[in-house]
Design a protein around this ligand. Sequence first.
Ligand code: FE2
Length: 430
Amino acid sequence: MVELLITNATLPDGRTGMDIACVGGTIKAVEPGINVTAGEVIDAAGRLVAPPLVDCHFHMDATLSLGLPRLNESGTLLEGIALWGELKPLLTQEAVIERAMRYCDLAVSQGLLAIRTHVDVCDDRLLAVEALLEVKRRIAPYIDLQLVAFPQDGYLRSPTAAANLERALDMGVDIVGGIPHFERTMADGAESVRRLCEIAEKRGLMVDLHCDESDDPLSRHIETLVYETQRLGLGGRVAGSHLTSMHSMDNYYVSKLLPLMAEAGVAAIANPLINIVLQGRHDTYPKRRGQTRIPEMRKHGIIAAFGQDCVMDPWYSLGTADMLDVAHMGLHVGQMTSREAMRFCFEAVTTNPAEIMGLDGYGIAPGRNADLVLFQAADAIEAVRLRARRLAVVRRGKVIARSEPATSTLTLEGRPAKVDPASYAPHAAG
Ligand code: FE2
């Protein structure tokens, strides 16, 4: 019995007129002209149907805490970390769960069904770890949630971080995190990378470090991360998040670094919304953008994704759980305006983060999970341009969120009465 049949869909790879049949929570067939009786039929009317949006870099323990206990006046990363330090002792498990669950509702409504969140392990109570493990259990029917043990105050710099990180992993946190650029010295940063990679190797886990999140052209923890990945055979399981220092590095040095990243199998996660507001804060003019070198990474075959990082927390006052906002910003900051590069920006919030997270059953093909999103857009580029409305969100063959197409009604004499932003289709092909 086909539970759900989506007809006349355009897929992210450009195929049009496709029908998608879902049985038992799985995609049974993807082809034109499927003629079956289904529990529910959705006519995509030629619009884009894609696998769910994926956010591979987020902080769910801090989300929606904006203003608690005060606002970030300078707007810098370091004041954000200090502010979070003020809030941590005031956190309760119930409040963290409540905010996280509210965020997850928002995420579902946006078609965001897989999230990798860092969770701070520098509070000895590990209250946020317990809270997010509970959220992971509760939200599992709707969202694939991965947790990263993140020593926000420094793995070596914070006296209890090392023990707490091991405890968090013992409790079921999935991934090893770190923040080498926040350690006391460059040498300590490198040492933290070495130890964290060894923990991952010993436990058989993935690694995702906040790495070189500064404007310092000499911050080179990515080099150490690449080296340790190679040394310990962790290729394909390691991501460097932010990598903003690479924006400011010497070009010759980067020409050596990128092939090493590709060879080691280290992925990159930029966080465009956060990078563009946090980086360059100590510059006068010109102000650096700070986003890492995504186009150059692509040329070297490095897997690259865009993450959201923050929504309404000590570091960022805005955000709506919309990964198309993230892709839109990443496209602009990275000047990725060719048709091919714009399509990549959609992949950077769908298939690429799914690959980094190692999500099983992701994608639109027979045998994969029936997790799908119908956009009010003609194709992937239009989805990014419009930050298109999500008309239907499907999880395991069931519609879990719906909305009506957005149109405006005008009252201008002799002009069209309705405007649908998605009707302004591009003339360019390809
Ligand atoms: Fe982060």
